[in-house]
Design a protein around this ligand. Structure first.
Ligand SMILES: C[S@@+](CC[C@H](N)C(=O)[O-])C[C@H]1O[C@@H](n2cnc3c(N)ncnc32)[C@H](O)[C@@H]1O
Length: 176
């Protein structure tokens, strides 16, 4: 694995202001990543932050923040769609910084970026179906739908059938 770089969160100031972090408050960072929002909230006031992320790669960073902030910080591995189960208590605010982190994009082995030659992967949690499985196994209709809805790709109707032609010759294995 290449050395992960820290993620610099955009709109940090605006987000922290919007969260109105106060002493004694409990806040959820639903997409912990490198913990930029979490640390900023914990530094802003004597509050507690419960952080969630589905990527096990962030555990090292979560341990660092646990060592620094103690009981004021709690990390829960999982998906924010399970927020209700992961965080049973009442909270004062929740922040979602949805997307991929710089660490995920910069680590070639995660297969998120066509800037690096790597095996197709793109799994946030590194479990389950990979981009390789989808690109080489999904129907033309599903591929077109993914390109259109998640990639906002205008040429989805041309690209999807060409993927089927190419993968019939040999599997499409890498990001580039
Ligand atoms: C843009 S980064 C967050 C960066 C973070 N604000 C920081 O300051 O470092 C998005 C994070 O959300 C995580 N993520 C993506 N989908 C998720 C999901 N469904 N549930 C929980 N975490 C998710 C990713 O693993 C990634 O670490």
């Amino acid at each position: 694995m290449t050395e992960p770089q820290r993620h610099i969160p955009v709109m940090l100031g605006q987000v922290i202001e919007a969260m109105s972090v106060k002493k004694g408050g409990v806040y959820v960072d639903a997409t912990f990543g490198f913990g930029g929002y979490t640390s900023a909230m914990l530094d802003k006031a004597d509050c507690k932050v419960i952080a969630i992320d589905r990527d096990a790669e962030v555990l090292g960073r979560a341990r660092e923040l646990k060592a620094k902030y103690g009981a004021r910080f709690e990390f829960k591995p999982g998906r924010f769609s399970n927020l209700k189960d992961l965080v049973a208590q009442r909270v004062d605010g929740v922040v979602f910084d949805i997307g991929v982190s710089s660490m995920q994009l910069d680590d070639a082995e995660r297969g998120f970026s066509f800037l690096h030659e790597a095996k197709l992967d793109m799994r946030m949690s590194q479990t389950g179906r990979s981009a390789y499985d989808v690109v080489n196994g999904a129907s033309e209709e599903t591929l077109a739908d993914i390109l259109y809805r998640f990639g906002e790709e205008k040429k989805y109707l041309q690209i999807a059938p060409r993927i089927l032609v190419r993968r019939a010759q040999k599997p499409i294995e890498t990001t580039t």
